[in-house]
Write a protein that binds this ligand. Structure first.
Ligand SMILES: [Zn+2]
Ligand SMILES: [Zn+2]
Length: 362
């Protein structure tokens, strides 16, 4: 009986120390796993949206068409104002809103995305436990089994979660010889960890992400955000800080930025690319020299950093916009669509549908 009691005590101590080890290790895994779940989910959501929505599949020009369509559908001048003054911010908030509605509608996709990331990572950790156990259990002559096991375990997980081996130095001297038992203790502790995280994830929202899905998605549409000094159209170059001049296919009526004909309060409804072929001159402030549009680069930066090719084609969209929001534009800039800035009758006949169809044909 005494022998039995002694044996039982030893095995009990061994079991306790292995269980303690497993719990300690899972405490180390928890924050790393938590972080990995959110990082993975953010990428998954961004990818899912690119796969499901044509607006997010193409380039920025493509997304801009969707945004212009959205603005036309909303017909809210405030939104237009935000888009025209801060296009980059508007793109970002548009993407954010779309991500929100995709993730948080009645299908509760966010929870599903998080769950599937958790299950996948949990599965990876479980296989790392099995693999490390396989490798180490046969090394009968080694006394530092636990240290070897941790080496293997961290190596297996290197691509999955951030669990630096160096942070586990404190537990590697544990006297653990029964590696098989360690393996089963780890599986139990990991199961508890998964259940705990699963409960926590049920309350997650988009603010729980340190890097939100819309930020990742928006990166696909980065590029140059320089605005034409005359009309506010955004440079279409897909590189930030690109070489060469800024350029855009379609300039807009200068009334959109409040430009007026000198000596009047009449808007300029012409586009920059028409004016550079004209004999008109311009100046930005009263203290500046007049510069002929034909030599617009002489005015120095920022206009000198733009390549504005003579082209009289104006998008129907902006003709529709100016006609439709004439009163609001007049109030915003305290100027009038009169004289040389009178809105042509042909513009007023353009329907929203015609304006949108032309955009989509582009
Ligand atoms: Zn322009
Ligand atoms: Zn540019």
């Amino acid at each position: 009986i005494e022998d039995f009691f002694q044996c039982f005590q030893i095995s009990c101590q061994g079991a306790t120390s292995i269980t303690t080890f497993a719990i300690f290790l899972c405490d180390k895994i928890e924050p790393a796993l938590h972080k990995a779940v959110f990082e993975r989910t953010a990428k998954d959501i961004a990818e899912d949206m690119q796969g499901k929505f044509p607006d997010f599949r193409g380039n920025r020009a493509n997304l801009e068409v969707s945004i212009l369509r959205y603005l036309a559908e909303q017909e809210n001048f405030e939104y237009f104002k935000q888009y025209l003054t801060s296009p980059k911010e508007f793109f970002q908030s548009y993407i954010e809103r779309r991500v929100k509605s995709h993730c948080l509608d009645e299908s509760r996709r966010l929870e599903k995305f998080l769950d599937s990331s958790l299950n996948l990572l949990y599965g990876n950790i479980l296989s790392a436990v099995s693999l490390s156990t396989q490798i180490v259990k046969d090394k009968k002559d080694r006394e530092d089994k636990i240290s070897l096991w941790l080496d293997e375990f961290c190596r297996e997980l290197a691509e999955v979660i951030n669990l630096p081996r160096s942070e586990l130095k404190g537990i590697e001297h544990q006297e653990v010889t029964d590696i098989e038992f360690l393996s089963s203790a780890m599986k139990t502790a990991l199961g508890d960890l998964r259940d705990r995280l699963k409960k926590e994830l049920a309350d997650a929202d988009l603010s729980s992400f340190s890097r939100q899905p819309h930020t990742i998605l928006a990166e696909h549409f980065s590029g140059c955000w320089e605005k034409c000094r005359f009309c506010g159209a955004v440079c279409s170059n897909t590189m930030q800080n690109h070489d060469g001049d800024h350029q855009v296919v379609f300039h807009r009526p200068q009334a959109l930025t409040g430009f007026k004909w000198h000596g009047t309060d009449h808007f300029i409804i012409d586009i920059c690319s028409s004016l550079v072929a004209s004999d008109c001159t311009f100046r930005f402030h009263d203290d500046q020299q007049w510069t002929p549009y034909k030599k617009y680069r002489d005015a120095g930066p920022p206009v000198s950093t733009w390549n504005i090719l003579p082209d009289s084609s104006m998008q129907a969209y902006w003709k529709w916009f100016v006609s439709n929001f004439r009163t609001q534009l007049e109030a915003l800039y305290n100027k009038k669509f009169q004289g040389k800035g009178e809105i042509p009758v042909a513009w007023q006949r353009i329907t929203k549908q015609e304006a949108l169809s032309e955009l989509e044909r582009r």
